[in-house]
Write a protein that binds this ligand. Structure first.
Ligand code: C2E
Ligand code: MG
Ligand code: MG
Ligand code: MG
Length: 286
């Protein structure tokens, strides 16, 4: 199995006692270099409104195009990027690139279209976050309401009061907020009530369990009612089958995102899809 190495780019795994520490160092320096050499890219996954069948937005998802290892998925490097703080400059690049792309689509008449950007806990705690988001919106000319910032329940648990304060500032700017992976964290419903959130994203683990399980179905129904009761919009993540799509439509879910419509794709491919003006669910996502 290939592994990352800071000096040589790539080596082969020879498990030994210090493998983990040296792997981390190698990955960290490779991440640093990736940032300077522009090896990161964004893919976008369409979000479809169930009532109209239209693409109402996309979620920006980072990819690392390593010169030797090929495309590396975020799960393999976001954690270390957070620990080392590198997520701050990486996240700033994501925000700028995503907003610019969405503005270009809007200028080409492909909107109204929202762009959802994932934030990490480290970014949320950065004192300069609000200013940098404001600057990106000014630089790109993207209307604030076209940007949706995705946060997770767990990232708010550290300092909930300061998280709520930051979120309130985003609301005043006109930026939309969503809770990603909803239901997988430990936040209490007391907090949910206090969070100035527009969108609740049902985690894909619930979507997977929903069809053919009465309990799973009950949970998804309950999450949708809860969100609507709190005047939030609901997006289901990781929708892979027509059966799941039908269930969600019946349950009153607002929008969906998942392989049944489209995997995350390059900006060029998304543009083709947006120009076509419609998107059909796939009967097989294999
Ligand atoms: P997430 O924000 O919950 O993103 C959804 C993940 O589900 C994406 O994985 C997407 O490719 C995947 N997905 C979408 N539809 C389906 C489906 O139908 N079935 C299945 N099995 N999966 C589906 P991805 O792109 O690998 O991203 C993983 C996580 O990495 C994201 O989860 C997010 O937490 C994080 N991430 C991605 N991009 C960024 C970024 O720019 N900044 C930060 N801080 N985190 C990011
Ligand atoms: Mg997300
Ligand atoms: Mg998610
Ligand atoms: Mg996630």
């Amino acid at each position: 199995r290939a592994k990352l190495d800071g000096r040589n780019g790539v080596q082969f795994y020879a498990p030994h006692m210090n493998a983990q520490a040296s792997d981390r160092l190698a990955l960290e320096s490779a991440l640093r270099r990736a940032l300077h050499e522009q090896q990161f890219t964004l893919h976008f996954q369409p979000q479809i409104d169930l009532a109209t069948g239209r693409v109402v937005g996309t979620e920006a998802l980072i990819r690392w195009r390593h010169p030797l290892l090929g495309t590396i998925q975020p799960e393999r490097f976001i954690g270390l990027a957070e620990e080392t703080g590198l997520i701050v400059p990486i996240g700033a690049w994501v925000l700028q690139t995503a907003c610019l792309q969405n503005r270009q689509w809007q200028r080409s008449g492909l909107g109204p279209l929202r762009i959802a950007v994932n934030l990490s806990a480290r970014q949320l705690a950065e004192p300069g976050l609000l200013d940098s988001v404001e600057r990106v919106l000014q630089d790109t000319g993207l209307p604030p309401a076209s940007l949706e910032i995705e946060l997770t329940e767990s990232m708010m648990m550290g300092d909930i009061e300061s998280a709520i304060h930051t979120m309130a500032c985003f609301k005043r700017m006109g930026v939309k907020l969503s809770i990603d992976d909803f239901g997988t964290g430990y936040s209490s419903l007391q907090y949910l009530k206090r969070l100035p959130v527009d969108v609740l994203k049902i985690d894909r683990s619930f979507v997977q369990d929903m069809v053919g399980s009465a309990d799973g179905a009950a949970l998804v129904d309950a999450i949708i009612s809860l969100a609507h009761g709190l005047r939030m919009h609901v997006i289901a993540e990781g929708v892979e089958t027509i059966a799941q799509l039908d269930f969600l439509r019946g349950a009153g879910c607002d929008s969906v995102q998942g392989h049944v419509y489209s995997r995350p794709q390059t900006g060029e491919r998304i543009e083709v899809l947006l120009r076509a003006g419609h998107i059909e669910p796939k009967t097989s996502t294999a």
